[in-house]
Design a protein around this ligand. Sequence first.
Ligand code: ADP
Ligand code: ZN
Length: 433
Amino acid sequence: MYWEPSLEGMKRADLEALQVQRLRSVVSRCLQSPFYRERLAERGLTADAITSIADLQRLPFTTKEDLRTHYPYGLLTVPPRELVRLHCSSGTTGNPTVIFHNAHDLASWANLVARSLFAAGVRDTDVFQNICGYGLFTGGLGFQYGAERLGALTIPAGAGNTRRQIKLMQDFGTTAVHAIPSYLGRLREVFTEMGLDPKRDTCLRILVIGAEPHSEETRRRIEAMFGVKAFNSYGLSEMNGPGVAFECEHQAGLHLWEDAFIPEIVDPDTLEPVPVGQRGELVLTTLDRQAMPILRYRTRDLTRFLPVDCPCGRTHRLIDRITGRSDDMFIIKGCNVFPIQVERVLMRFAELGQDYLIVLDSLDGNDEMHLEVELRPEGFNDDFNALEKLRRRIATAVRDEVLVTPQVKLLEPGKLPKSEGKAVRVRDQRQQH
Ligand code: ADP
Ligand code: ZN
């Protein structure tokens, strides 16, 4: 069962033909924006240059820096009076970027989110509670419009105020929730504080999680905490927001909606495509956006194409979960480390909660990695020997994975700073000392 059978189950050859046709009109639209007019003219390109999907490679890349340099209007391809909404990225890695939408863009985006939710099993009979920041962040209105388009009763719950979230879930019989994975540990804790169990005391049947990197181990934990499946949702403001790639009921990878975006995976250094199955940087071209189309956007997100067909029959290619951004990687004592590698190790310890913070510091010119982790309420006791042993086991397990031995600090449950939005996993204090 698909939301849009004619598009989701399209034969690959037809899908490619549609991409070429759409890409041609995207290129002719781009010629309306000062930024792309110049970039395309340098290469002597017009829409006629696009006759097959391979011609995509002749088009210029676009970076976050380009969007910042040409902020705010440099990439617009329609007259400003046609615009109806703008969104900004969260600014996780620097100044935010702005994206403008016209009415067509919003309708097409809502449709992609509806399609994504449907693929994960959400239906018009569901009560969908959207637990994330509204406002400029795309997860709020993006899921709101998408779930409404699907026909679900949609609760714009917003972020935070956890007790109220639980009350809403109970009062309105919430069956599906979207939230950031790092928030769900907190939500589960408050259920316990209130003497409630989400498995027994709610009607929840589906979780949708995304907006920040999380490991498979974290997903399994979240599923165990709530007793339902949690589906991975991937998107970024520059490509609308949610609704770019989504897991279907098989959880075999995320279907990237190829009628709306052309994906490439490239080596971040050479910018050459990597072989299928190999990890690289995801590059995306919008195919159905009018106000602000973007060519070959370098997402800096790392993933790979999964060389398998999904049992659901959807033909849109599967990508693997995002393991982080190329700029999340830090170097310590000569080793390259991604936070998610540390997370995967930590999630194997049943004694630990979901939150963690990696602090990088330097003492007398020597780099040090500190790891702050919270114990779960059940694991919290004053048996010093047992805690010391646990600390050592964690340090060894992390060293085996990333080759650097961290100083592990065990904290009481709830002691790590909590953010309402995306979790901050690394604090690098090396410059300050
Ligand atoms: P910012 O780039 O400032 O965080 P956005 O709100 O647009 O602003 O966030 C998009 C980014 O969030 C993506 O580029 C990606 O790094 C991350 N992200 C979104 N969804 C996922 C997901 N399911 N898994 C991992 N990372 C994700
Ligand atoms: Zn599928």
